[in-house]
Design a protein around this ligand. Structure first.
Ligand SMILES: *[C@@H]1O[C@H](CO)[C@@H](O)[C@H](O)[C@H]1NC(C)=O
Ligand SMILES: *[C@@H]1O[C@H](CO)[C@@H](O)[C@H](O)[C@H]1NC(C)=O
Ligand SMILES: *[C@@H]1O[C@H](CO)[C@@H](O)[C@H](O)[C@H]1NC(C)=O
Ligand SMILES: *[C@@H]1O[C@H](CO)[C@@H](O)[C@H](O)[C@H]1NC(C)=O
Ligand SMILES: *[C@@H]1O[C@H](CO)[C@@H](O)[C@H](O)[C@H]1NC(C)=O
Ligand SMILES: *[C@@H]1O[C@H](CO)[C@@H](O)[C@H](O)[C@H]1NC(C)=O
Length: 432
């Protein structure tokens, strides 16, 4: 356990276990059967390597068609917060490794000796409007008597730590709950009666995991595709806002159950079960979570998949990420896996929002899309890389060390995710 009270994972990429198989398997599900010729190319997956192909189409929401027609003209005028570019920001972050005590060791790039600091001086600029910087005082005022929960995996933890760092510049967070493993936690900002939680639920749905503390499995994970993870669902009524995200844990080998009966699996050679593909489970999980949220009071933000930036290899084969400036438009293309995952996220979000709008008054029902994939893709410079370890090159400047090109340095680009959350909470009506 780290001295900051959050687990310091021995394996920073627990969901990438067996990953060369998973890589190939992800490829096969993505390419629907024509994958054989790609199975021998590890380089196709997890990469968002720079390419010279044209830029992605802007992340313009694909759902407009599903929104009742009378809303269209108004929607069209709204600013898309998620299409834009990173621009220089001399003012820099609002906290440092000294002023924030919530930074996990693996993400404490300053303390670990990362030599460059240019990555701290950028802000996200949407094309059609300005995104104000997070204002911790105003945020705490807005959140008086309220409760906000982050639900997901280690990236959700990274996200909540960023928020804790910014808020703790104004008021100290008192930890009021922690589970045995330090994975789910709750804090109270006493003078604002604001409760902030992080809930470890990497699959969002019920998962029977047969792993010891070192992540060694005795048996495949069993995922119940028709049951939510009660760890968050049971508490959901106590939240006013929730930021949820699924993700790369779905790449893991798993047996899928429906109605408590085995329906198939994902990557389970030797078990003689039908391969359903992780997309099958990811869809069901998101659909279940969003449907549940649309029937409850809290506003739910669905955060889209977070891209990694391993280059010259993958996480398990010496991949690194030592860039020091953001990509510009057109300098990078989203990897196949993230493209597929975000596709599922948008489709399930649109379905849930449309269904809820039919039942409700047609007004937004409290489902919001926090579409951070594209803006995060432009920040290859924001990961710990080798500086996930303390002073990795102190003894040997050519040391070969594990790189983390998935989580984000704190401070770092993930802070901008909170600028977006704050803007969507305070001016929600202006955005989709
Ligand atoms: C951080 O934000 C608070 C509140 O807005 C402000 O008082 C403080 O000066 C800022 N600190 C830095 C280092 O920018
Ligand atoms: C913060 O980082 C600096 C290097 O940028 C380091 O000298 C200092 O010890 C760190 N402080 C803490 C509290 O980790
Ligand atoms: C917060 O709750 C307290 C006690 O219930 C109440 O007196 C106060 O008016 C509330 N404040 C807001 C902003 O809702
Ligand atoms: C704190 O907020 C909760 C609602 O989240 C409210 O029920 C409670 O009365 C508040 N407590 C105080 C002391 O304001
Ligand atoms: C695999 O399952 C099928 C039907 O469920 C069964 O007919 C077959 O014998 C099984 N194969 C092995 C090797 O167990
Ligand atoms: C970045 O890493 C690559 C190897 O992946 C290395 O060849 C290159 O020299 C590094 N650049 C810097 C600035 O460290």
């Amino acid at each position: 356990m780290s001295r900051h009270g959050l687990p310091s994972d021995s394996n920073p990429f627990p969901f990438y276990k067996n990953s060369h198989f998973l890589v190939k398997f992800a490829a096969s599900f993505l390419l629907f059967g024509i994958a054989c010729r790609l199975l021998f190319s590890d380089s196709v997956m997890f990469s968002s390597s720079p390419v010279l192909t044209p830029p992605l189409p802007s992340s313009q929401p694909s759902s407009i068609a599903l929104i009742p027609t009378e809303e269209e003209p108004e929607q069209a005028e709204k600013c898309d917060l998620f299409a834009g570019e990173w621009v220089p920001d001399p003012s820099g972050p609002n906290y440092t490794n000294r002023s924030c005590l919530h930074i996990q060791e693996h993400q404490n790039c300053m303390r670990n000796g990362r030599p460059d600091s240019g990555y701290l001086y950028w802000r996200w600029k949407p094309s059609g409007c300005d995104l104000p910087k997070f204002n911790p005082r105003k945020f705490l005022k807005l959140m008086r008597n309220k409760s906000l929960a982050f639900i997901g995996d280690s990236i959700s933890r990274n996200h909540v730590q960023s928020l804790l760092c910014i808020l703790s510049q104004v008021e100290r967070a008192v930890e009021v709950y922690s589970d045995k493993e330090d994975k789910s936690k709750r804090w109270l900002f006493q003078s604002h009666n604001f409760t902030l939680s992080v809930i470890w639920a990497p699959f969002l749905i019920k998962a029977d995991i047969f792993e010891d503390n070192n992540g060694v499995s005795s048996k495949e994970t069993h995922l119940h595709l028709d049951k939510l993870d009660l760890k968050w669902a049971e508490q959901y009524d106590s939240f006013d806002y929730a930021v949820i995200a699924g993700g790369k844990w779905f790449l893991k080998t798993a047996v899928y159950l429906e109605n408590d009966e085995v329906a198939g699996c994902h990557y389970c050679p030797g078990l003689n079960l039908t391969e359903l593909g992780m997309d099958f489970a990811y869809r069901k999980a998101l659909s279940l979570a969003l449907d549940f949220a649309s029937k409850h009071r809290a506003v739910m933000f669905l955060r889209t998949t977070t891209p990694d930036h391993f280059e010259n290899g993958e996480w398990f084969s010496g991949g690194t990420c030592n860039r020091t400036v953001p990509f510009g438009e057109g300098e990078v293309d989203v990897g196949e896996l993230d493209r597929a995952m975000r596709g599922i996220e948008l489709e399930e979000f649109d379905k849930a929002a449309a269904a809820a709008a039919v039942v409700g008054s047609g007004e937004n029902v409290g489902l919001k899309l926090l579409d951070t994939t594209r803006l995060s893709l432009l920040r290859p410079d924001g990961h710990p890389g080798a500086y996930m370890q303390f002073q990795p090159f102190a003894k040997d400047k050519d040391a070969k060390v594990q790189n983390d090109c998935l989580h984000w340095c704190l401070p770092g680009p993930i802070d901008s995710w909170n600028d977006l959350v704050m803007e969507m909470i305070s001016n929600g009506g202006l955005y989709r």
